[in-house]
Design a protein around this ligand. Structure first.
Ligand code: DL6
Length: 764
């Protein structure tokens, strides 16, 4: 291999490896691994093929995973080190493709890893966003958004000859398909087909992430989830969604026909997974394409219904997309007669307006004649799919009993649960080499192929030598992470403190504000001389959607707390706070091995599954959580003695919403400590640092609204978290809990999820 690398270095730069700088080294390794990846044959053709449509693929950096998955990273590392080079420095140069917002996008990326690992005939379809989501900066303790470029010559993306014209009402754009190979093993890979417009113009992005939202020819593929707080933004999202399905739909059909597929067998041979509602327009678009090739409308509907399946990722109404009819018509008029006909089919069969596709909504009680037509995308996806699934057992139960009850009554056999999973390669083997080496030394290497073998670790749960080795590995991960945080954030972490980590999108239902109130409560207690049983470092990583003001207020509060607490010499020996800048997949890979407490504290019923919970348990953290999403399954697997659960249950919360009977103010007024913590948000100390308007708005919201009920569980949260911190003082018993968590994590491999999808839904 050394000779090959040397030759390539000569070819690319006319230099010896020894003389390359880190950037050149990165380019060399990318080219080398991309060449190897492209030589791997695609999965064998099978009778049936799956296309996984997703608006998001939150990939994370590719080079390190590619080298590891190809089985050559150790050798490359050795060669570089002989030449005085450090592989990690070269890998740092890669710009992360952040083509996702959170769990849904990361799940899609994990599934691509599993398609490759399992050798399934399955491909991804998405949009080649030039800047992905956004890069987060902090200025004046506030989040600022800037663009986050990732495309350059070194990408593994391959420009293909596949091109399509995409027709909108007033314009046509030209699209090109770019393929991204995804590695898993030496001999197997999968592919994501990313579509981009040829006329995109990055230079139209001016300040921050603002640009002319009307200039579709230049902006369509710039950003994931462009601001949709106005009509132009909403239309742009429709343009993007149609662009993806129009290109993807034609790609599927061209490939199908080229391979001799018969139109009338389409539904037997093709599987289309609709990842959340964003790709739902594939249903009317595919019907349009099939009828244009000669299939009757009825037959096209039948075939597309067989082919499609829809995954729901949330019960939050805001994410069950509804488009204004007129807006859809302004962008994609060709789909409207089809959507009308689909609505007629539904209305002809069912006498329940909750399941209709087009809603005639009264805008104004005084003027009941004036109706606005709204198209419910989830309703299209449910009626015209063969299966609908939730992403954790509790979530799937809530879907059939509450959110989608009316549909479940019509189609009881359509509903399935497929509990999420994570790529063990990315979030364990490749990001926590020390821990995986330790495990291999204990139980052999089989767990790498069969994660259920991790259970063999249980026999070491009382072995003090093993527990101490585990603790040492955790300590090293904490040291490594601390060095990184010092470099990136300028904050000194105390590795003897317990690392308490909440990393996820910022949303009120995930309740970062409740954690911030814990921090305030602890701060106030320390000031009074009541010290925590062990020093604690509370670490947050989260981006807030640019127009989600309350989420930005919460980030602001956390940054103010960081400033106040970390500088307070009386307090910072016992408590520190860190808000990581621009939390992304690369940051996740660094912090997850160092985590000790995994914060999974969403309001019960609101977190569909969560996948950070799985990543952290797998890396030996103890979950502090509510009985929400996949936490329930984690608790069932590890047992009550290895997890810290608190808070109201999902059915109690659902009941409170139904009766509209939750009153935050009553809790605030009744509980002195809670009142003090909430009022501290607008205290002199915090207002000297932060923005009065933002802090007052948060303070006011917590007392008078608190829609996601941060106060309801706060008292119990503080109590249980403090118990967990106390438990940490007995290091070996903490390590025993951690070992139990690792041993039981095998179920959460995305390979298991994909096998479940295949068995319950695709039958590839
Ligand atoms: O299914 C993947 C992931 C779940 O683990 C999270 O619980 C869920 O919040 C997330 N959903 C989304 C969609 N939108 N929202 N909200 O990202 O999906």
């Amino acid at each position: 291999m050394e000779e090959k690398l040397k030759d390539l270095a000569q070819k690319l730069f006319g230099k010896e490896i020894l003389d390359l700088d880190d950037k050149e080294l990165y380019l060399l390794l990318s080219e080398f691994s991309n060449n190897l990846l492209n030589k791997i044959e695609k999965p064998k053709k099978s009778d049936r093929k799956l296309y996984y449509f997703s608006a998001e693929f939150l990939l994370g950096k590719l080079l390190k995973n590619n080298l590891s998955n190809l089985g050559i990273r150790d050798e490359v590392k050795e060669i570089l080190s002989k030449n005085g080079k450090v592989i990690e420095k070269a890998e740092e140069f890669e710009a992360e493709p952040s083509l996702g917002n959170g769990g849904l996008g990361r799940l899609a990326a994990c599934f691509m890893d599993s398609f490759a690992n399992l050798g399934l005939n399955a491909e991804g379809i998405g949009i080649c966003y030039h800047f992905g989501l956004f890069r987060q900066k902090f200025e004046d303790y506030k989040q600022k958004e800037v663009k986050d470029p990732w495309l350059d010559d070194s990408n593994a993306l391959i420009k293909t000859d596949t091109k399509y014209d995409v027709n909108f009402k007033n314009q046509k754009v030209e699209a090109t398909m770019y393929d991204l190979p995804i590695s898993a093993r030496k001999d197997s890979r999968s592919t994501i087909h990313f579509f981009d417009i040829d006329s995109v113009d990055e230079s139209i992005v001016k300040e921050g992430i603002s640009f002319d939202k009307k200039d579709i020819e230049k902006n369509l593929s710039l950003f994931l989830y462009p601001d949709d707080s106005d009509e132009d933004g909403q239309k742009l999202r429709i343009y993007q969604q149609y662009f993806m399905v129009s290109c993807g739909g034609r790609y599927i059909l061209d490939e199908y026909i080229k391979n001799g597929g018969k139109l009338e067998e389409f539904g037997d041979k093709i599987r289309i997974q609709i990842n959340d509602t964003h790709p739902t327009m594939i249903i009317p678009e595919m019907i349009r394409l099939l009828t244009s090739k000669g299939l009757s409308f009825e037959k096209a509907v039948e075939e597309i219904t067989k082919a499609c399946a829809y995954t729901n990722h949330t019960i939050l109404q805001e994410a069950l997309e509804k488009w204004n009819y007129q807006m859809l018509e302004d962008v994609v008029p060709a789909l409207m007669p089809i959507i009308e006909k689909l609505d007629e089919i539904v209305r002809g069969k069912y006498d329940n307006e909750k399941v209709y596709i087009i809603e005639n909504k009264k805008e104004d009680e005084k003027n009941p004649e004036k109706l606005t037509r709204i198209v419910h995308m989830a309703n299209i996806a449910i009626h015209f799919s063969s299966k609908v699934n939730g992403v954790a057992q509790l979530h799937s139960d809530i879907l059939v009993n509450e959110t989608l009850k009316d549909f479940y009554e019509i189609y009881p056999d359509k509903f399935e649960n497929v509990t999420n999973g994570i790529s063990f390669k990315r979030f364990f083997h490749n990001c926590n080499e020390d821990l995986t080496k330790l495990i291999e030394s204990l139980i052999g290497p089989e767990f790498k192929d069969d994660p259920n073998k991790l259970e063999e670790l249980l026999k070491f749960q009382d072995d003090p030598e093993v527990l101490d080795k585990f603790l040492r590995v955790k300590e090293i991960s904490k040291e490594n992470f601390s060095k990184y945080v010092k470099e990136k954030e300028g904050v000194d972490l105390d590795i003897n403190s317990i690392f308490d980590v909440q990393i996820k999108r910022l949303h009120e239902y995930k309740r970062q504000q409740m954690n911030a109130l814990y921090v305030i409560d602890t701060y106030l207690k320390i000031k009074k001389g009541i010290l925590p049983k062990n020093p604690i470092t509370v670490i947050f990583g989260a981006k807030a959607a640019p127009s989600y003001y309350m989420a930005k207020n919460i980030i602001h509060l956390i940054l103010c707390l960081q400033e106040l607490i970390n500088k307070d010499e009386d307090v910072n020996k016992y408590l520190k706070v860190v808000m990581l800048t621009n939390y992304n997949v690369s940051y996740a890979e660094k912090i997850i091995p160092a985590t000790e407490i995994s914060e999974q504290i969403s309001l019960a019923s609101k977190e569909a599954s969560g996948t950070g919970n799985m990543k952290m348990m797998l890396n030996g953290a103890v979950t502090l959580g509510t009985l929400d999403g996949a936490n329930v399954e984690i608790r069932d697997l590890v047992g009550d003695e290895n997890i810290y659960i608190f808070g109201k249950k999902a059915d109690q919360i659902i009941d409170l919403y139904e009766k509209d009977s939750y009153k935050a103010k009553e809790i605030y007024e009744k509980n002195e400590d809670i009142k003090k913590a909430v009022d501290f948000i607008v205290s002199k100390e915090i207002l000297e640092i932060g923005d009065k308007e933002m802090l007052e708005s948060l303070h006011n919201d917590l007392i008078n609204k608190d829609y996601f009920m941060a106060l309801i569980d706060l008292e119990e949260y503080i109590e249980v978290k403090n118990k967990l911190i106390e438990a940490y003082t007995d290091k070996r018993s903490f390590a025993k809990m951690a070992i139990n968590n690792i041993a039981k994590a095998g179920f959460f491999s995305s390979d298991r999820s994909i096998r479940d999808y295949n068995r319950k839904i695709w039958n590839l």
